[in-house]
Design a protein around this ligand. Structure first.
Ligand code: 4NP
Length: 156
């Protein structure tokens, strides 16, 4: 399984989601490929936001080696599943993907927790540390659900 997590800048939400999912997949012993990207290019090449790194580290997850990249059209072919962090991210993805965007592969991450509600992970860019903790909690719950559902389906 190849999974891509997508937000706007690829420095707050999606790198945290990438780090969290990598850890859960490692613990579950699954051979998945996980990556993240942003729909915008303002932060390309940068490490995750200091508070994203700090909050992940408090949970034993090191995301300091990740570097922001912009999503490309070819990501729609390569990945099996693409999770957008928010509805505005989904709209930007449509502009990048155009006819390559396979809607079967794309979903909002929080639809794993709240099916059909199209909720967004709040953008913590202008926020403070508590906002990054809330984002972490949401991402952690969604990634747990993803792995648990997969393991359950694989075993049945
Ligand atoms: P992210 O957060 O999409 O979770 O990485 C943002 C990071 C940067 C900006 C917006 C959101 N920005 O406007 O620079």
């Amino acid at each position: 399984m190849k999974i891509l997590m997508v937000c706007l800048g690829n420095i707050c939400r999606s790198p945290m989601a990438e780090g969290i999912l990598r850890e859960k997949v490692r613990i579950a012993g699954l051979d998945w490929e996980i990556d993240s990207a942003g729909t915008e290019s303002y932060h390309v090449g940068e490490a995750p936001h200091p508070l994203a790194r700090k909050v992940a580290r408090l949970h034993g997850i090191d995301i300091s080696g990740l570097r922001a990249r912009r999503m490309t059209k070819s990501d729609f072919g390569y990945f099996d599943k693409i999770y957008a962090m928010a509805t505005d991210v989904c709209e930007e993805m449509q502009a990048i993907g155009r006819q390559e965007m396979d809607m079967q592969k794309v979903d909002l991450l929080l639809n794993l927790l709240y099916p059909g509600e199209n909720r967004s992970v709040p953008d913590p860019w202008y926020g403070t540390e508590p906002d990054f903790h809330s984002v972490y909690t949401l991402l952690d719950s969604a990634c747990s659900k993803m792995v648990a559902s997969y393991v359950q389906a694989a075993g049945s």
